[in-house]
Design a binder for this molecule. Structure first.
Ligand code: FES
Length: 99
């Protein structure tokens, strides 16, 4: 099976089909924050903290569950990504009490 060529934060990578963006990034040393991600588990209510920007997609995508596609260009640190993660954290903290 041939590999897909993708770009994460400008870094070109060759990745096996079926790999998530999160795993491809981790293998390349790019850290994407996660909260609900557990390897090999499906999460009922995704937290959305791992979102990334993919150049041809209107919506941000969850890196932990989105599979790479050939030619995909991923940004893990854009303003849009940072704002989305901040919104998720603010919302979580506004509902969190007891600790
Ligand atoms: S880590 Fe929660 S949706 Fe990806």
């Amino acid at each position: 099976m041939s590999k897909f060529e993708i770009t994460i934060d400008g870094q070109a990578l060759w990745v096996d089909p079926g790999t998530t963006i999160l795993n491809a990034a981790n293998a390349a040393g790019v850290i994407i924050p996660t909260l609900c991600y557990v390897p090999a588990k499906t999460v009922e209510h995704p937290c959305g903290i791992c979102v990334v920007e993919v150049d041809d997609r209107e919506d941000l995508l969850p890196a932990c569950s989105t599979l790479v596609e050939d030619g995909m260009k991923v940004a893990t640190q854009s303003d849009r990504v940072t704002e989305s993660r901040q919104r998720v954290l603010t919302s979580m903290l506004s509902r969190h009490y007891g600790d």
